[in-house]
Design a protein around this ligand. Structure first.
Ligand code: PLP
Length: 224
């Protein structure tokens, strides 16, 4: 997409999100926009950086590693989140690269992250991804397993549990799923709730999302 279009879209979304937020007396925190920048070039994300935007999400360690280290050196206040599935053998790079890993979804990964964060002298911020629709092909902790997994996350020294994240099933209304996520966020007293994408972010904000993840809405359709 052309730079000027991205800038216009970005401005419009900042205003729309602020507007939607004002209509939601139930939400407790300001809604942040995470720019989902998978498949986008350094030039494309650079357009948003120049507008002052600093929160980005990537789906793949390798792609993030090629795209972000020099941008982070230029803009030290960038916050980079991992929003795609994380393999255990990529944990060292992930801990080095990402400020928040939103896709923590299994005990093995929790302990690998804790070990690696300890080695790197860091406390790794994470969110737990919930497989809210209980879809076999999707990542995330099953709702039944969530209480025990949250307790495990809170026991390890080098992990800071910030919140919950989900991608609800496609093609059906997301409201009931968002409502459950909000209920759990409150029950477990978590600061962050990452939910809502280009197609359903208004609904997510209505249910208290603290972060929405926008890709196509900001950058236009993805080619791959
Ligand atoms: C790509 C992606 C998004 C953004 O999707 P859009 O529909 O393009 O807004 C959000 N969250 C995750 C986990 C993604 O992979």
């Amino acid at each position: 997409m052309q730079q000027v279009v991205v800038i216009e879209q970005y401005g419009r979304y900042l205003a729309d999100v602020a507007n939607q937020h004002q209509k939601c007396p139930l939400s407790r925190a300001l809604v942040k926009i995470l720019a989902a920048s998978k498949t986008r070039t350094q030039e494309e994300v650079g357009v948003l950086l120049e507008q002052g935007h600093r929160l980005f999400g990537e789906n793949r360690v390798q792609e993030a590693d090629a795209k972000w280290p020099d941008l982070k050196a230029r803009y030290p206040d960038i916050a980079l989140h991992m929003i795609g599935p994380l393999q255990s053998n990529k944990v060292a790079e992930a801990v080095r690269l990402f400020d928040v890993i939103e896709t923590l979804d299994r005990p093995k990964l929790l302990y690998a992250l804790d070990d690696e964060a300890s080695k790197q002298g860091k406390r790794q911020a994470v969110m737990v991804q919930v497989n809210i629709g209980e879809e076999p092909q999707k990542a995330g902790v099953a709702p039944d397993a969530l209480p025990a997994f949250i307790a495990d996350c809170r026991k390890v020294a080098h992990i800071e549990l910030r919140g919950l994240m989900c991608v609800p099933p496609a093609g059906i209304p997301p409201a009931p799923y968002f409502a459950l996520m909000q209920q759990w966020q409150r029950e477990y007293d978590l600061a962050e709730l990452s939910m809502g994408m280009s197609g359903d972010w208004q609904e997510a904000v209505r249910f208290g999302a603290t972060e929405i993840r926008l890709g196509t809405a900001l950058f236009g359709p993805r080619e791959s």
